[in-house]
Design a protein. Structure first.
Length: 216
């Protein structure tokens, strides 16, 4: 398989399937297309009909949505724990991932992912605070049910955690004050070797996207 992604410093959507595949040791070739350059759109359209990242290639098949990529991987690798094994936990994991996939617009807008940044307190407004409150409520509910099974939302790492990895990055960059259980979860995700690998590459990227640096 081939996974097409954008700049690691900024591309929250790319991080999700990349991290999942790295943690679960699913083999793939990485293709990075720098975003928002003069030739970016044309380059992306050579890889995906949407002109956006991420996109997963499996032979002639192209899947160009992050949630669809995750479900495709679950089907192709039925023995790999993309989702929790327990049926009830699996249903809830899909709910929390789908809520991230379609929601939290204020957080995305006012706290864009930027692995290199240290911006304590920037981006906070009532709408962002409401998003943070909802996210921390979700995390606490998941962790309270599955704390004995491991440090992630449903115990072991799953697609649900991959979907919230960009939120983890945002909470670090913007130094968001969190309840203790949520801070422990942030640290567990950040300490993943694959997450460290993503950060190392992000910090080494020379490209800077002005539209993703609203507080520069």
């Amino acid at each position: 398989m081939k996974l097409v992604i954008g700049n690691k410093n900024y591309s929250s959507w790319s991080l999700r399937p990349w991290l999942l595949m790295r943690v679960l040791e699913l083999p793939f070739e990485e293709v990075l297309v720098p975003l928002y350059g003069p030739d970016s759109k044309a380059a992306l359209l050579r890889h995906t009909p949407s002109g956006k990242v991420p996109a997963l290639h499996d032979g002639a098949l192209v899947i160009w949505d992050s949630l669809a990529i995750v479900e495709y991987l679950a089907e192709q690798y039925p023995g790999v724990p993309v989702w929790p094994a327990d049926g009830e936990a699996r249903a809830l994991a899909r709910c929390v991932a789908a809520e991230m996939h379609s929601g939290f617009t204020a957080l995305r807008t006012h706290m864009p992912m930027n692995c290199r940044a240290s911006l304590p307190g920037k981006g906070l407004n009532d709408q962002v605070l409401a998003d943070i409150a909802r996210i921390t409520t979700l995390w606490i509910e998941c962790r309270s049910r599955h704390a004995a099974e491991g440090p992630f939302l449903f115990g072991a790492f799953s697609a649900a955690d991959a979907f919230y990895a960009p939120v983890v990055s945002r909470f670090i960059s913007y130094a968001v004050t969190l309840p203790a259980a949520c801070q422990a979860y942030v640290e567990a995700v950040r300490e993943l070797p694959a997450m460290a690998q993503w950060y190392e590459a992000a910090l080494a990227e020379p490209m800077r996207i002005a539209s993703s640096e609203p507080y520069a």
